[in-house]
Every structure is written in structure tokens, then in C-alpha cells.
Design a protein around this ligand. Structure first.
Ligand SMILES: [Zn+2]
Length: 417
């Protein structure tokens, strides 16, 4: 056991949404406006002297603009930092791809989107006893009402924010339906020693949310229960949609679905990490579908939604892995679905048929997701092409199904009996 200080983000839903909604809308709009003015300023300086101003130059210029005071000073600074980071990412990306686009304006037609607003040390006041947080407004807006928004929140899981050592900052985030609060906290953790020398690979997918190649076995975790939930609650939402937008009932259905998804991802990542510990797996490589072509997403291809789900799953795995001595690595997925895990052949004629990977070179026929997961595993193991496996067969994986009644994963055998 060792002690480790880590950063965690806890999500709080806002209980008095109606009271603070307009105020947060106005701050979110101000953040977008500030971004746009700063972005325009960058373009103008660039056009005149061919240099993109750095963060501190941009900050000191923007401080004198009227829109700077629409937010708390630290919140405004954060917007400029985000813009500078976006330009930095673009410079980095341009090394590899000269067609990469620079950061754009925050605009949807004539409208501005609701940007995330960050409140640092002097921008918020937390009252953990009463589950309240005061968020500071900009000095321009102070005359109108009060100089802060008082949000009542509830954390989703059983997180007690009064036990957290320190809250670094609070972020107001528009989730597409309503505003929510993200509390970025520093906490100290008791962490386990490394779980062992074993390595495992993970393939993230759509039908099988997760496929794990453990050293001795392949395990599939299908998204069956997620799909059923989505079907049920989307229908509930549709049936109760009122004439004047979403009814209370449809809002309930939407929130209920989100909660169940969160629960599913938590349990899934917990199950995988404890499997790793049991099997002495201290390193886990997770596929990152960065380079998947648009066409590969197929009919179910809501790329944005899946990327978001994968990102969350990766985050949960990394958190839980950190606590239990499993290092979780994010590896690029490039070619892992096309390459044969048995012989390394990656000719184009090796294709997937109905979930099977067929290799023309060595004759391997096996589950395509397992083949992908095995390729991930081989990226971080010292013996290529599965030579360290006692069982090289990717055809017969075990399936762990989510049991909705108990809220845990079982092997298929256990579910049937
Ligand atoms: Zn092969």
C-alpha cells in the first residue's frame, strides 16, 4: 500500500435548475463571446505581423476588452488558456497533417453555443454541509441581480464532497439538456502494489462494448443491457413528449437512462480491473479508435456518441486501475482490426465476415473483436504473435453478460442456470 494524490472529477446535478438556468446561460454565452473576440484578435494579429500571439500577450490584450468583465476574471483567463491550448494542439497536429484546421469560432449560425465556464479559487464558494455552491458572475453583470449564482447540487454516486481535501475548481457544463456541475478535486488514495507482470489488451466496440485479451482467455462484454435500456427509455421519452417541449416525465426518462449508463460503465470497468488483479495483469492496453475511418462506423455510426462513451470508459478504467495496481495505457488502434494476431499478416484481403476475422495467409478464423484485442495485447508484450499464450485460439471467447437484477456481470453459464 502506498499513498498517492490524484485528481478526480465528480459530477453534480443542479437541483434548482429553474432558478439558475438563465444566469448560467448568460455566463456560457459570455464565455463563447470572449472566445470569439480573442479568436478574431488572433486572426488580425496574424494577418498583420504573421505571428500568433502567445497566451500571456493575448490575456493582457483581452483584459482591456469590455467582454472580459462579463465573467469572473479567473473564468475569463481560463477561456484564453483554452484558446491557446487549441492553437497549440493545432500546431502539433499540423506536423502530421497539413490539412488540419485551426480552432474555429464558437457559433451555430447566428447563435452562440453555451460554453463551459470554469470557476477557480476566488470564483466559487462551496458549502458542503448544505450541498450548495456559489458561482461568481462577472463585474459587468453584477448590477442586474446578485453578484453570484447559488446552485444546489446533488452528486450522482455516493460521493461526499465534504470529505474531499480540496476542490481545485468548479466547472458549469451544458450537457445538451441542462446545466451540471463538475467538481475537480484533489484526493489522496491508498493504492495497491502492481497487480503483476501479466499484460492484457482491450478492444472497444459497438456490439461488444469491451473485448479483453487476457493472457489465458478472451472475454467479451456485450452491450446488451445498454441497448435494452436505450430502447425502453427512448420509447418512454417519446410517449410522454408534450406539445411544449419535453415534459417532466420525458426529462425523467432521459435522466434515468443517463444514470443507468453511468452505472453500467462503472460496474463494467470495476469488473475488468478486478479480473486483471485476479489474473496478475499489471498492464492493460486500451484501443483508441482515433484513426477509424468514417465509413467503418457503419449504420450505427454515431461517432460522436461512441467516442464519448469510449472516453468515459477509458477514464473509469484508468481511475480504478490506478487504485488497484493496473497501469492503463491508451494505444492507437491503427491497423489492429486488419492485422492477423497469429501471423502478423495485414494484407487487405484479410477481412471481417459477420464478426469473424479470416486470414488468407495462415488460415486463422476467429472472433474479430478478440483478434483486435489480441493485437492490442501484443503491442505491449515482449513476445510477438501470441507466442506467450498457452491458448492461441481466438474462436472461443467467454461471454460475461450484465445481469440487470443484481447489477453485476456474470459469465453466460451462470446466467443460464
Ligand atoms: Zn494469419
Amino acid at each position: 500500500m502506498a499513498n498517492l494524490t490524484v485528481t478526480r472529477t465528480y459530477v453534480g446535478s443542479i437541483q434548482n435548475q429553474r432558478q439558475v438556468h438563465d444566469g448560467l446561460d448568460s455566463l456560457g454565452d459570455s464565455a463563447s463571446k470572449l472566445w470569439n473576440v480573442a479568436r478574431w484578435t488572433v486572426a488580425r494579429v496574424w494577418g498583420e505581423i504573421g505571428i500568433i500571439p502567445d497566451e500571456s500577450a493575448l490575456k493582457s490584450y483581452m483584459k482591456n476588452q469590455a467582454c472580459w468583465k462579463d465573467l469572473n476574471a479567473q473564468s475569463s483567463q481560463k477561456v484564453i488558456e483554452e484558446l491557446s491550448d487549441a492553437f497549440q494542439s493545432w500546431f502539433d497536429l499540423r506536423q502530421k497533417d497539413d490539412k488540419a484546421n485551426p480552432p474555429g469560432y464558437r457559433k451555430h449560425g447566428d447563435e452562440r453555443p453555451r460554453s463551459t465556464v470554469t470557476f477557480k479559487a476566488d470564483g466559487f464558494k462551496h458549502d458542503p454541509e448544505n450541498n450548495r455552491v456559489r458561482l461568481s458572475k462577472g463585474s459587468n453583470l453584477k448590477e442586474h441581480f446578485s453578484d453570484f449564482l447559488l446552485c444546489e447540487y446533488q452528486t450522482r454516486s455516493n460521493v461526499d464532497l465534504s470529505e474531499v481535501n480540496s476542490i481545485q475548481n468548479v466547472r458549469a457544463v451544458w450537457n445538451g439538456d441542462e446545466w451540471e456541475l463538475h467538481f475537480v478535486c484533489k484526493i489522496s488514495l491508498e493504492v495497491d502494489e502492481s497487480a503483476g507482470n501479466g499484460v492484457a489488451g482491450i478492444d472497444l466496440g459497438i456490439t461488444n462494448i469491451v473485448t479483453v485479451a487476457f493472457p489465458e482467455e478472451y472475454v467479451l462484454y456485450p452491450g446488451n443491457s445498454l441497448k435494452q435500456d436505450k430502447h425502453y427509455f427512448t420509447r418512454a421519452e417519446y410517449n410522454t413528449e408534450g406539445e411544449n417541449g419535453p415534459s417532466e416525465q420525458s426529462m425523467w426518462a432521459r435522466r434515468k437512462l443517463a444514470d443507468r449508463e453511468t452505472h453500467f460503465y462503472h460496474v463494467l470497468s470495476e469488473t475488468i480491473i478486478s479480473e486483471c488483479v485476479e489474473r496478475s495483469v499489471g498492464t492493460l492496453a486500451v484501443s483508441w479508435p482515433e484513426n477509424v475511418r468514417e465509413s467503418d462506423w457503419g449504420k450505427t455510426g454515431n461517432k460522436k456518441l461512441h467516442t464519448w462513451a469510449f472516453d468515459r470508459l477509458y477514464q473509469y478504467l484508468a481511475y480504478k486501475g490506478e487504485e488497484h495496481g493496473v497501469e492503463v495505457l491508451k494505444e492507437n488502434e491503427w491497423n489492429t482490426s486488419k492485422t492477423c494476431s497469429a501471423c502478423g499478416d495485414d494484407t487487405k484481403s484479410n477481412r471481417k465476415h459477420r464478426g469473424l476475422y479470416v486470414c488468407q495467409s495462415c488460415g486463422l478464423v476467429g472472433n474479430a473483436d478478440c483478434n483486435g484485442a489480441e493485437n492490442m495485447r501484443q503491442k505491449i508484450t515482449s513476445s510477438p504473435h501470441g507466442e506467450d499464450r498457452s491458448n492461441g485460439c481466438v474462436a472461443q471467447p467467454s461471454t460475461y453478460l450484465f445481469d440487470r437484477e443484481s447489477g453485476t456481470f456474470h459469465t453466460r453459464e451462470q446466467v443460464v442456470s
